[in-house]
Design a protein around this ligand. Sequence first.
Ligand code: GLN
Length: 570
Amino acid sequence: MTNDLLTSIGSKSEEHEFYTPIPPGYKPGKTKYVVVFGTVMSGLGKGIFSASLAKLIQMKGLNVAPVKFDGYLNYDAGTLNPYRHGEVFVLDDGTETDMDLGNYERFLNLTLSKENYLTGGRIFTNVLRMERKGEYLGRDVQIIPHVTGEIKRFLRNLAMLRKADVIFVEVGGTVGDLENSYFIEAMRELAYEEGRENVCFIALTYILEPQFLGEQKSKAAQLGINKLISFGIQPSIIACRSHSPITNKIREKISIYSNVKPNHVVGIHDCDSIYEIPSILKQNNTDEEVLALLGLKTKDKEKEKKEFAQWKEFVDHLLRPKSEVTIAMTGKYTEIRDSYASIINALEHASSVLQTKVNIKWIETTEIEKGKKELKEELKGVSGIIVPGGFGKRGAEGKIACVEYARKNKIPYLGICLGFQIAVIEFARNVCNLKNANSTEFDSKAQDPVIDVLPEQLKVDLLGGTMRLGGRDVEVKSGTKAYQLFGNKTKIRERFRHRYECNPNYIKHLESKGMVFSGKAPNVPIMQILELKDHPFFMGVQYHCEFTSTPLKPQPLFVNFVKAASSFKV
Ligand code: GLN
């Protein structure tokens, strides 16, 4: 029935009301879909839920591919303010995405691409471009069927590209937002066309537990799920986020109101680490229930056992540290942890390997600049300092002061992107005696512009998607600390997102005073890793080392930084 439906639909929309472009070679039923929706409120961790479930299915030997839909009209996440939306995660192909893509890469150990992320802005851009090309000739272009048709095409292309057994679709936002309504509608159509046995809908919801009542309440959850059902989407599974484990009464209430069997109402209560969610889902048998709903079977039981044990070991080590260490992280609006999500994750990966708990102390460097806080006081008890990526001059002088303190007091230092540039400025000022050294990002008329705009950036006039972006090769100089950290490799691949660089005119001068550039771009003089010799750990990287760290493959820079911090005597 499904096959007939799809072939009869065809792709020319003038003859009938359907518009469902099916990519050549696409076989309906070959790829299954799990679609996750959010109800009640945002911030429930849909991405983490989806990544955790996908992880369990992947462990069974099935090929999974995640995708995130974001309803907003931005073309990508590149121009979003990380302090409002969380960090901008950069994929190897240079796509600037929502931070959830970071969770998918970390959980699934996959290298994702622009085919795994779709915003409203991009889908509308594509539709309007096609309209201009005359692809919909004769038709009034509509949300249904054209926009929804392109969304389905996007998924089917992904299915073919990744040869996916199961695609995990995360619909961003909350059911009821106008913004994501066409994504929801496209998912309803998808189930109609692919067949209900090939699509599993999951609603993530929240169970309230007001302090003044001291008991769990399911009404908000019921209303949210009813809203989803009113769009023609009957969830097969309902995942309930809650503070404490959900009671049987709540499970039964949700079940009766939503037509979902009680064993398909899954409780996910607050836990210490996001990495525990796969185990919670396994305890609920959710992975097996999803397989059964989709008519799939575990392909490799041995692999599943082994990989689940590895995952559990990672989580156990993370949650049962034998020692602890405090590192300082500088930045603006530092209280907003989501803007540094990947760094926090990378530190956790290192933390598990070393079984050392990493406490993060946030340092607002503008307060140091204004003299409101004493640097020495702020860094008391701190065994390592990170200056993460950032843009603009706010707090820059305070960051330079932190790096000077780390260099002089031999406190382990890791500079990431902007942190690499800050280390160059500090060294130029205080070691090379170039007192007016600066970045032209902070002072366009700097007397010694040791950090300057990349030549390729001079011709750029648009802001979105124009930085030096994505995965690039880094040539590592043998005999250096970096060479040793990367297992004596002379070539690694890392992810970049920057407009400025170490000014090539100053490289010789900096090197003559002892700065070692241990990693550079293969054919151009773009410096990518720096280190200092007479220091236990002083490294800066022009790239974002945090994007490539995963639980099972932690990034050596973080592991060795935390190790060095652990040996620092405070
Ligand atoms: N603002 C700096 C640049 O554009 C650093 C960027 C970053 O830290 N991602 O080069």
